[in-house]
Design a protein around this ligand. Structure first.
Ligand code: FE2
Length: 447
């Protein structure tokens, strides 16, 4: 276990490891040699948080033990509350196989903390059978204060795009800035402080956890390296809030709230392998073609949430980081394609290489299974004539993709209420014209 200091916050380095952490104000808070002593050190309560079935094989078994001032069960009953724009109804609007929707940058409501600021954009699958995903946009300008959130339905991969997030969790604190991501796994309570109008994307997966992709012939190193994932260290507050702390729970797609008298961030020490974590996308070690043609975009996979079918993901989190383009005799931008997967694209900053305009930071686009897409006419024209010297690609840019084997449906909020739909997306391909030269195999001779 290595303590790692970043931006004045302390973290443990590694992915999925068995970790142990004590708030330094209470040395020895972790019981020695057992999980459940008759009386815990400092008179703490022991509580296990399970992230997998008890009987999962060791390689996928996840749980953590929390030693806390009061157990999580100390609260008033949960009551149903308005769920705003959160939904898991994938039949709100009719399916549409057209390219897109492409959506402009989502704009801010007047006032919202995270739980009110969540807007479900699209999704697929079923919460109750733990198989599916949802993509949400968060738009908030208010810290959560005496409120925390936990999700009974799945893991949340959070991609901040504008404004940093100071995230309090039961395991400690994380500062997550744009170009970093974090994962808050199922059941973990967290509260977020924001410092400005704050926007980002959330990929929620039901019933599975994110893993690092297998590397195959790449070898033991590369892509997202395990040591670059950072886990918070134990931190607690013994803060009384008589009747005034609200725990918000998303359960079977609906929101519920319960009051309690204390801050839930009262875990003095913990150990286990089921934790929140964060990752800086700058640390991604890019693999690519150094001869000719393209490798498939799966080489850019940061994290994957696997389905039960080998090699098929419920969702992959894929990024397109700054890198060199060196492929000889190659059309270098992304090629035209029709994919059996759903592709949701988002942009954290900069300009995506295959589209010069219209796809903006804070916006998004969805390409459905088998729907054709690729570079716009302008991009094709330029790249077909470009001199193929080594060149930097995507400097100052970070685009990403949530790619899913599920057939994703857009919500009413995404298509209509957000008022962000670009009705003219298809027009970027209209200028494409036939370049066919039936009498000359070598186009250069006729150009
Ligand atoms: Fe694509």
């Amino acid at each position: 276990m290595v303590a790692f200091v970043s931006c004045h916050m302390q973290y443990i380095s590694g992915f999925g490891n068995e970790c142990a952490s004590e708030d330094p104000r209470c040395p020895g808070a972790l019981p020695e040699g057992q999980n459940n002593p008759q009386v815990c050190p400092y008179n703490l309560y022991a509580e296990q948080l399970s992230g997998s079935a008890f009987t999962c094989p060791r390689s996928t078994n996840k749980r953590s033990w929390l030693y806390r001032i009061l157990p999580s069960v100390s609260h008033k009953p949960f009551e149903f509350i308005d769920q705003g724009h959160i939904t898991h109804n994938w039949d709100e609007v009719d399916p549409d196989p057209n390219q897109g929707p492409r959506l402009a940058a989502f704009t801010f409501p007047s006032c919202a903390g995270l739980s009110q600021g969540l807007h479900t954009l699209c999704g697929a699958g079923d919460i109750r059978s733990n198989n599916g995903l949802a993509i949400h946009i968060f738009l908030c300008n208010t810290s959560m204060g005496n409120r925390c959130f936990y999700n009974s339905d799945g893991d949340l991969l959070i991609v901040p795009q504008k404004g940093k997030l100071l995230i309090y969790t039961e395991f400690g604190k994380m500062l997550v800035q744009p170009n970093e991501i974090c994962v808050i796994q199922r059941g973990m309570r967290f509260s977020i402080d924001v410092f400005e109008e704050t926007r980002g994307y959330i990929l929620e997966v039901y019933g599975v956890h994110f893993e690092l992709p297998d590397l195959g012939p790449i070898g033991a190193n590369g892509l997202a390296n395990p040591r670059d994932f950072l886990i918070p260290v134990a931190w607690y507050e013994d803060r009384q809030v008589p009747g005034g702390y609200t725990v918000i729970n998303k359960y079977q797609g609906k929101l519920f709230a319960a009051k309690q008298d204390v801050s839930p961030f009262n875990v003095v020490a913990w150990h286990g392998n089921y934790t929140p974590y964060k990752y800086n996308l700058e640390n991604f070690m890019v693999i690519n073609s150094v001869a000719f043609d393209h490798a498939d975009p799966s080489i850019f996979t940061v994290l994957t949430a696997k389905s039960v079918r080998p090699g098929v993901a419920i969702a992959d989190f894929v990024i397109f980081p700054p890198r060199w383009g060196v492929a000889d005799k190659t059309f270098r931008p992304p090629y035209y394609h029709r994919n059996c997967m759903s592709e949701f694209m988002g942009l954290i900053k900069g300009h995506y290489e295959a589209k010069q305009g219209g796809f903006l930071p804070g916006g998004g686009s969805l390409h459905s299974p088998m729907t054709p897409h690729g570079p716009d006419a302008n991009c094709f024209e330029k790249a077909s004539k470009a001199k193929l010297a080594p060149e930097r690609i995507a400097d100052g840019t970070m685009a990403f993709m949530f790619e899913s084997s599920l057939n994703i449906a857009v919500t009413k909020w995404g298509l209509k209420t957000s008022n962000c739909l670009d009705e003219n997306y298809y027009k970027c391909w209209e200028p494409l014209k036939s370049r066919f030269t039936p009498n000359s195999r070598n186009p250069a001779e006729t150009n």
